[in-house]
Design a protein. Structure first.
Length: 561
């Protein structure tokens, strides 16, 4: 069901619908304001779907605004990654890609306005002294000695700050609010600081930069944002947001509304912690498929529709809670099950020789690319007298309900014939290296022979030995071994899952996958969903990443075939 303004699902949509119905706003305008200091993660994906989704549902507009106010941490590369992620998720901002730096002159003018009205002052305390003067959660702060400077003195100092007359940290501009406020965010917060750093967009035009709360509020007002949606961590910042709106002459008055952030089990949704993993080399980069970044999930083969579905199922609430990773994986499975073509692949090969198969004979079997979608067509699979099966599909002394290949036992080869194990070949160490089988030559699936209808309890996958495509298959799993990372920053790495990546160098694929392009996703039958790696897969080098298993292997589910 598609949401409409007449059927709002959550408290934010109810607010938006009421504001439009009352005539408070003629058109809803939202924004997604990321900092270009890292890649977007799954929590940002929820916010993207919320902000752009509301604009779409209510016939409004949504801005994609880069909060580029800290040149020490930001880069054009991160901005490009953000733009790419939002576009890949399926959203379009039209001409509304903006930057906080677009408004640097207006924001500076707002600072001047506050100084002239006696509501902001230049403070010369050191950062350590400012923290000491701020007080604690149980003790009020103290006025800075600089708080009594006159507007004229503050204007002069602020002008010299902009001109580059002072070193980083020598002065800051602070709002003059209330050092005894129970809300620490109102204890004369810093509005501007000196940063003698090259900015990726404005170059060296500025050496003072506004703080996020100041720049963000003014940018919202300048863009006529109606509903400024942010996570609950900014709830304590809302009084400052409203103080700025109250004390400046701005063209509109946005309303800040907070919602719960996305806390996802078995992973990390802190950009700072994700950056630490990248910088330490514990992952291969921001787009490592174990990372919960949009780029990482894309490289892992997660479809954008699955992430949109996940955001919809999670919903929007006012209470923080942890979401099970299984919900995200279910969304991915559901989407891939509908759309991913099927293929045969063997990750841990064991050779099988069919001793009664005609020598050098190749038979081409026809198989559908999807069991329910005829529009995906069919493919031909070569069948020969030497094939490979999964090593764990054979056991010499199996348990009672083992319905795969065993000495004297029969199985059907997927889309092919029934075979019986007649002999087991071992090497000098006793390792099984080959299975010799007889093939029921009348039992080919789909043939007119009565033997094709003969039932056996097990069906296993396989590939032709002479036609198989060699591949590197990367088995990705959850980033953390436990549901939650340790609370202390120095300990969160202790929860990393040591089995988050296993590499199978000798995997074999059916020949149809030789033409797979980077980003193509398949269901490897009985194994899971796999994607041709966006970076490393190339002609002559097949590299596939596991997107998700066929079922939740972390749940207590039996695995007997």
């Amino acid at each position: 069901m598609t949401d409409t303004p007449e059927t709002p699902r959550d408290f934010i949509r109810q607010i938006v619908a009421a504001d439009l119905a009352s005539g408070k706003h003629g058109q809803v305008v939202t924004r997604f304001p990321p900092e270009p200091n890292g890649y977007l993660h799954v929590g940002h994906a929820k916010s993207i779907c919320l902000n752009f989704g509301i604009a779409l549902e209510f016939g409004g507009l949504c801005y994609l605004r880069m909060d580029d106010t800290n040149p020490l941490r930001e880069s054009a590369h991160f901005e490009e990654a953000i733009v790419d992620a939002v576009r890949w998720l399926g959203f379009d901002w039209g001409p509304r890609l903006t930057h906080a730096s677009d408004y640097f002159e207006q924001i500076h003018g707002c600072a001047i306005q506050l100084i002239e009205s006696g509501k902001a002052y230049v403070d010369s305390l050191s950062p350590e002294e400012i923290r000491a003067y701020r007080g604690t959660l149980t003790e009020p702060g103290r006025d800075s000695p600089c708080r009594t400077r006159s507007p004229a003195e503050n204007l002069d100092l602020f002008a010299r700050m902009r001109a580059g007359a002072f070193a980083d940290g020598e002065h800051v501009l602070r709002a003059k609010i209330d050092m005894a406020s129970p809300n620490i965010n109102l204890r004369d917060p810093v509005l501007y600081r000196i940063r003698k750093a090259h900015h990726q967009r404005t170059g060296d035009a500025w050496c003072i930069y506004p703080m996020y709360d100041f720049a963000h509020t003014i940018s919202d007002a300048l863009e006529h944002i109606t509903h400024s949606l942010c996570t609950l961590e900014f709830e304590d910042h809302r009084p400052l947001y409203e103080w700025i709106l109250d004390n400046l002459d701005l063209p509109s008055r946005p309303r800040q509304i907070e919602f719960s952030r996305l806390n996802l089990a078995y992973t990390v949704t802190s950009k700072r912690r994700l950056a630490a993993l990248v910088e330490s080399g514990e992952v291969s980069g921001w787009d490592d498929p174990r990372m919960p970044t949009v780029a990482g999930m894309r490289r892992r083969g997660y479809p954008p529709a699955a992430l949109r579905d996940f955001a919809s199922r999670v919903g929007v609430t006012k209470k923080d809670h942890q979401i099970e990773m299984g919900l995200l994986e279910t969304c991915v499975r559901d989407e891939l099950n509908r759309n991913a073509p099927r293929a045969l692949a063997v990750l841990d090969p064991l050779k099988v020789v069919l001793h009664n198969w005609p020598e050098d004979h190749v038979e081409w079997l026809t198989a559908p690319n999807h069991p329910e979608r005829g529009d995906l067509g069919e493919r031909s699979i070569p069948f020969t007298g030497e094939i490979y099966i999964e090593r764990d599909d054979f056991m010499e002394d199996p348990p009672r309900k083992f319905h795969r290949l065993k000495p004297g036992g029969e199985v059907r080869l997927r889309h092919g014939y029934i075979v019986r194990c007649d002999e087991v070949i071992r090497d000098e160490s006793g390792q099984v290296v080959e299975i010799r089988c007889s093939c029921d030559l009348e039992s080919r699936s789909g043939s007119d022979n009565p033997a094709s209808q003969r039932k056996v309890k097990g069906t296993i996958h396989w590939v032709s030995a002479s036609h198989a495509v060699q591949a590197e298959v990367r088995l990705y799993d959850r980033l953390l071994a436990t549901e939650r990372a340790e609370a202390r920053d120095e300990d969160f790495r202790a929860g990393l899952n040591p089995a988050s990546l296993a590499v199978r160098e000798g995997a074999l694929l059916e020949p149809a996958l030789a033409t797979a392009a980077p980003g193509d996703v398949y269901q490897f039958e009985r194994l899971g969903y796999f994607v041709a790696d966006r970076k490393d897969h190339a002609p002559g080098r097949a590299v596939f990443n596991r997107s998700v298993t066929l079922r939740d292997t972390w749940a207590k589910i039996g695995t007997s075939a």
